[in-house]
Design a protein around this ligand. Structure first.
Ligand SMILES: NC(=O)c1ccc[n+]([C@@H]2O[C@H](COP(=O)([O-])OP(=O)(O)OC[C@H]3O[C@@H](n4cnc5c(N)ncnc54)[C@H](OP(=O)(O)O)[C@@H]3O)[C@@H](O)[C@H]2O)c1
Length: 219
């Protein structure tokens, strides 16, 4: 009988991360649902201490993320401190956590990393006049941090061909994240979690892909 798979989800206290953790647990995995208090992805000591307490890992879901809000993220009025904070969580946080857990993932028979990105990171959609992103103002640092996360995903995937390493676009969901930006959205956290759960559980997963639950997302 095969061993129960172990998954770590960051930012799992609420929103899409909580829904990913619940979904993986419901599918029989042992899930480490890490909240910020357990594992602050911006803090070297916190991440190293948490990693030192784990002895196995099959699936890492880098979900923790922030928008940074709208203030200081408008082109022409950019506040570098705000944008640095966004990058610290959404990009450097992912590198910090991934590097800390790679030694365990490399021992897994079926290692997977799922980076929760965003459709707003798509350069194609942002420059396609037929797509609503082309005309819409989005906070400056947030989509840039997620576009960088996508490139990070590809670089890790190339470096570790034995792993499945992908980025997801959860779609705009009515979590606190959206409410804090003044958005009212019908799509639920569970809807946004579905693609990460699929990548974590499917047979023959892709690697170096950017996907939503509707299929590949153009980079
Ligand atoms: N909602 C959307 O429309 C949408 C669309 C595309 C992509 N996403 C992405 O989906 C992911 C989850 O978003 P969400 O909508 O679920 O947002 P959310 O409801 O605001 O939840 C974000 C989670 O990330 C955690 N977090 C933030 N900074 C952290 C840190 N430094 N260390 C550890 N955990 C931290 C939060 O912890 P606390 O509770 O302690 O703050 C919270 O659990 C994010 O990466 C986001 O960019 C969301």
């Amino acid at each position: 009988m095969s061993e129960t798979k172990i998954a770590l989800v960051t930012g799992a206290g609420r929103g899409i991360g909580a829904a990913i953790a619940e979904g993986l647990a419901a599918r029989g995995m042992t899930v480490i649902a890490a909240t910020r208090a357990d594992l602050d992805v911006t803090d070297d000591t916190s991440v190293a201490a948490f990693a030192s307490r784990c002895d196995r890992l099959d699936i890492l879901v880098n979900n923790a993320g922030i928008s940074g809000g709208r203030d200081g993220q408008t082109p022409g009025e950019a506040d570098l401190a705000v944008i640095r904070a966004v990058y610290e969580t959404n990009l450097f946080g992912v590198i910090r956590v991934t590097e800390a857990f790679l030694p365990l993932l490399r021992k897994s028979a079926d290692p997977r990393i799922i980076n929760v990105s965003s459709g707003t990171a798509s350069l194609h959609w942002n420059t396609d006049p037929a797509h609503n992103f082309a005309a819409r103002g989005t906070p400056l640092g947030y989509p840039a941090s997620k576009a960088a996360l996508n490139m990070l995903t590809v670089q890790y995937a190339k470096a570790f061909p034995g792993m499945s390493i992908n980025a997801t676009a959860p779609g705009a969901c009515g979590t606190d994240f959206a409410k804090d930006l003044g958005l009212s959205l019908e799509r639920t956290a569970a809807d946004g979690a579905a693609i990460a759960i699929r990548l974590a559980t499917m047979d023959g997963p892709p690697t170096a892909a950017f996907v939503s639950d509707e299929g590949p997302v153009p980079w």
